[in-house]
Design a protein. Structure first.
Lengths: 106, 106
DNA sequence: CTCCTATTTGCAATATTGGCCAAATAGGCA
DNA sequence: TGCCTATTTGGCCAATATTGCAAATAGGAG
């Protein structure tokens, strides 16, 4: 396969991989409501704060979120709200799967 | 965090995770052009055929593709073309990142 | 400066993924 | 039946990802 295509696909995969994790999806959903600090997100996710911090730094490294320090807190903001559109597609896949299972049974 | 929300997020993550891999992205792009058999996809991806077969079975298990055996070949079809829309969003994230880097330098 | 709070980083343990090879399976054809 | 081709499955290993704890860092307040 073409090396350029490979590079392009890997760059895309890195971003999509960042979205393919339940904790990070939750973080993105929370950020969809507006900026949040790490402590707030930690509360929502339920993991150790250090774990959440690492998820955030991953999301930041691929460009999905931005961070801003104010006082001794760090606020994270969703940079690419378009990822929220993924959910509709994903839901349709889940729907279709349920439908398929019903057909198998019936 | 709510257990139902957790379940829902994990179901979504499973699908998105399936898309977050360069080889599987390539497979999805190939399938966007129409159904292909495993050998064709193997040629395009460049991995061992057993590896490609596993990628396909993963994509199938999350409901993104469908398989159909005809003769001694198995043809795979894209079930959720909406995943192709992810690419626009992902490209915009990559673009924004480049832009950000330029600002850092400049 | 010292203490307190918020966050990040380093480290180690564990889990998951991606890959290949070899073996198994399945269909078609002689 | 036996052979050939196409695909899947099982086993295994290396690389990567996820997590928590403890230590480090950074900013604000006294």
């Amino acid at each position: 396969m073409d090396a350029n295509r490979q590079k392009r696909l890997e760059a895309r995969a890195r971003i999509l991989k960042a979205v393919g994790n339940a904790s990070r999806l939750l973080i993105l959903e929370e950020l969809a409501q507006g900026e949040k600090c790490v402590a707030d997100l930690t509360q929502a996710v339920g993991n150790d704060i250090s774990t959440v911090s690492k998820h955030l730094s991953l999301l930041k490294s691929v460009g999905l979120v931005r961070d801003e320090k104010r006082g001794n807190q760090v606020f994270y903001t969703l940079l690419a709200p378009c990822v929220l559109n993924f959910f509709d597609c994903v839901e349709s896949v889940l729907e279709a799967r349920v439908q398929h299972q019903i057909e198998m049974i019936g």
